[in-house]
Ligand binder design. Structure first.
Ligand code: PHE
Length: 339
């Protein structure tokens, strides 16, 4: 019995000392101290001993048990320490490393300018109206005094869906919708996408316009000029000036092209304004009586003005952008500059 115990003790000591993981140690615990482990087996074997030997043998086995438990306790604390060190090493945080930042999105420059325009005009009492992008010929052309086969249709290369339906070429289509729907006084601003079959450095098949329409008693070209003067000051600075040049649109009579003084050279003439000191920013005019009458508004009582500007054009001027296509490529290096 004594020898057996010594052998087990030596074996346990060796195996426990060599165990290098908690898993191996747990297995060893089962092997020695488990329900049918070696020490437990010894205890069970006591039954076969003569009665007088039992107390002594019992003490020996209990001592062995205590001894082995001691081996385990010692090894366990060593292994725990090692494992703690390992986790400390692998989970170490280097607080000198730069943090991971979340990339924040930002508004597109067209949206920024659109919002600025909306702010400027709503500040002057305009209300927003948004018409459909897929539009009927009726609103986009016919009711704007551009009948079928009229040469003015060539001013805008149109994407047709079928004979009657098209992608609107101008936000002016919204004018008709508003006038058919509302009695004067009318004072609306209509921003949105428009489509034309055009594609080069200054034209895109899809671009944005902002339409303005005011109909009331006694509206004249002076009201238009005053409103646009104020708008240009808000948009381009206090000393911005405007001038009107005669032009032609079928739905306004008289029609004008509106220029703003060049913000780069302040009128002296430079590359941006092609030496003229002025930059064209929009088309406008007094709403053609035919258009008013077509929408059921008495042109003897009411008159109105309308204007339409390209949002890209304003953004190009304000941010000095060389190519309209930059707006649609969504290159982050470009977009980041407008944060
Ligand atoms: N719709 C015209 C265009 O797209 C601009 C315009 C709007 C002109 C309103 C006069 C009045 O060119």
């Amino acid at each position: 019995m004594k020898e057996k115990i010594q052998v087990i003790s030596a074996q346990a000591k060796l195996e426990i000392t060599n165990a290098d993981s908690v898993k191996i140690l747990t297995d060893l615990k089962v092997k020695y101290l488990g329900k049918s482990g070696m020490v437990t087996e010894l205890l069970k074997g006591m039954r076969d001993l003569p009665k007088e030997e039992r107390p002594n043998a019992g003490k020996l086995v209990n001592d062995l048990r205590a001894e082995i438990e001691g081996f385990f306790a010692e090894k366990e604390s060593v292994l725990k320490e090692i494992e703690l060190q390992k986790t400390l090493e692998t989970e170490a945080i280097d607080i000198t490393l730069p943090g991971k930042t979340n990339k924040l999105g930002a508004l597109h420059p067209i949206t920024l300018i659109k919002n600025e325009l909306i702010d400027a005009f709503t500040g002057m009492g305009f209300e927003i109206f948004e018409g459909p992008e897929i539009e009927e010929d009726y609103y986009n052309f016919k009711m704007l005094n551009i009948p079928e086969d009229h040469p003015a249709r060539d001013m805008q290369d149109t994407f047709y869906v079928n004979d009657n339906i098209l992608l609107r070429t101008q936000t002016s289509a919204g004018q008709v919708r508003v006038m058919l729907d509302k009695k004067p006084p009318i004072k609306i601003l209509s921003p949105g996408k428009v489509y034309r079959s055009d594609d080069d450095a200054s034209h895109s098949p899809i671009f944005h316009q902002m339409e303005g329409l005011v109909v009331d008693k006694g509206i004249t070209l002076c009201d238009l000029k005053g409103t646009l003067d104020e708008f240009c000051k808000i948009m381009f600075g206090k000393d911005a000036k405007t001038r009107l040049r005669p032009s032609y649109f079928p739905f306004t009579e008289p029609s004008v092209e509106v220029d703003v003084s060049c913000s780069e050279c302040h009128g002296k003439g430079c590359k941006l304004c092609k030496g003229t000191g002025w930059i064209e920013i929009l088309g406008a005019g007094i709403v053609n009586k035919k258009v008013l009458e077509g929408c059921g508004i008495d042109s003897e009582v009411y008159s109105g003005y309308a204007f339409g500007m390209g949002i890209e054009r304003i953004a190009i001027l304000k941010y000095k952008i060389p190519d309209i296509r930059l707006f649609y490529e969504n290159d982050l290096r470009f977009l980041k500059q407008f944060k």
